[in-house]
Design a protein around this ligand. Structure first.
Ligand SMILES: Nc1nc2c(ncn2[C@@H]2O[C@H](COP(=O)(O)OP(=O)(O)OP(=O)(O)O)[C@@H](O)[C@H]2O)c(=O)[nH]1
Ligand SMILES: [Mg+2]
Length: 311
């Protein structure tokens, strides 16, 4: 005989008091996925550009609200026909990521929602078994009267959305609804991050994205796609400021000359823009030093390193 009470086989384990999960922002290049992440976080974490394919690797943001914590993944644009090895690798990685998340948030530019370039997104998501939300972004660019028939058409032609949410990431409209719909899909689970975490990625990597964003702003045509930025060092000074050193890699010497510009003026403007973004995000002064290196093989090194942060 023992004093140990017998276990009731019908007794259930107490439910986890918190919710936690991962939501993936998926859509064609330029739909506004990174803008949506920044709008949700209220901080400019992800790089944004009017040029497509700004985002190369998933950028994560952490949003904790009440008992729920969501890890929001801003994905690279989903491409139908990736052209080179870098794009092919990015797309393969993206499809693998899709299998691991709890919720998918399709981000669609309202102006191109029914264009052919969006079809492969809907075809891919029609097969999805996990909850899929539709964010109809950039509603500030269309008339309200045009929106209702669009919503009806979505419900009729692609009836697999758990919710359709009209949003303007730029004007921060519809953001609360995006959060509440994601929250409704999260499983009961312990949190994966601390309450005040902003991202699961190292700030040194996010800082290289701020520089890449400025490169997209200052350099034209195909040039930004021939460049990459890596983190070298990060030193915090006694006064709270940070000394950040990064390298910009180009695959040809003629691109190095364009990047530097006349008397180094282009690189200076890029550095000033990135420093400004980083000071605001970090809340303290930043001293940013950029070095330019030529390496025709930088793409291969990026592919070999998770997150593309090749040294
Ligand atoms: N008018 C308007 N423009 C927007 C809105 N959201 C994003 N944009 C613009 O759309 C362009 C693309 O935005 P991003 O957030 O970089 O788009 P993305 O989907 O992350 O693009 P990739 O990383 O290239 O796949 C930028 O010029 C943004 O300023 C919006 O709600 N309204
Ligand atoms: Mg992006």
């Amino acid at each position: 005989m023992t004093d140990k009470p017998e276990q009731d086989p019908k007794a259930t384990t107490p439910a986890c008091p918190t919710q936690s999960g991962v939501a993936l922002f998926l859509g064609v290049p330029n739909a506004g996925k990174s803008s949506l992440l920044n709008a949700v976080l209220g901080v400019k974490l992800a790089a944004v550009s009017h040029k497509p394919n700004m985002t190369r690797f998933c950028i994560t943001g952490v949003h904790t609200e009440g008992t729920a914590q969501m890890i929001l993944m801003d994905a690279p644009g989903l491409m139908q026909s990736p052209q080179n090895l870098l794009e092919k690798t990015i797309q393969t990685h993206l499809k693998q990521t899709l299998t691991t998340v709890d919720v998918v948030v399709a981000v669609v530019d309202v102006a191109t929602a029914f264009h052919d370039r969006e079809r492969h997104v809907y075809t891919l998501l029609a097969r999805e078994t996990k909850p899929v939300l539709l964010v109809l972004n950039k509603i500030d660019t269309v008339k309200k009267t045009d929106l209702l028939p669009m919503l009806a058409r979505f419900q009729q032609e692609t009836p697999f959305w758990k919710a359709i949410i009209p949003v303007s990431a730029q004007k921060r409209q519809g953001i609360d609804r995006v959060l509440s719909e994601i929250k409704a899909c999260l499983p009961s689970a312990p949190w994966l991050c601390a309450e005040d975490d902003l991202s699961t990625l190292p700030m040194s990597f996010l800082a290289t994205e701020a520089t890449r964003e400025q490169i997209y702003k200052y350099l034209h045509d195909e040039l930004p796609y021939h460049l990459n930025v890596t983190a070298d060092s990060w030193e915090t000074k006694r006064d709270g400021s940070a000394i950040i050193r990064q390298t910009v890699w180009v695959d040809q010497d003629r691109y190095r000359r364009i990047l530097l510009g006349h008397k180094g003026q282009t690189l200076k403007s890029i550095g000033e823009g990135a420093r400004h973004t980083l000071s605001r995000v970090l809340g303290h002064p930043v001293h940013l030093f950029l070095t330019v290196m030529v390496d025709s093989e930088w793409t291969k090194r990026v592919l070999l390193t998770p997150g593309g942060t090749a040294p």
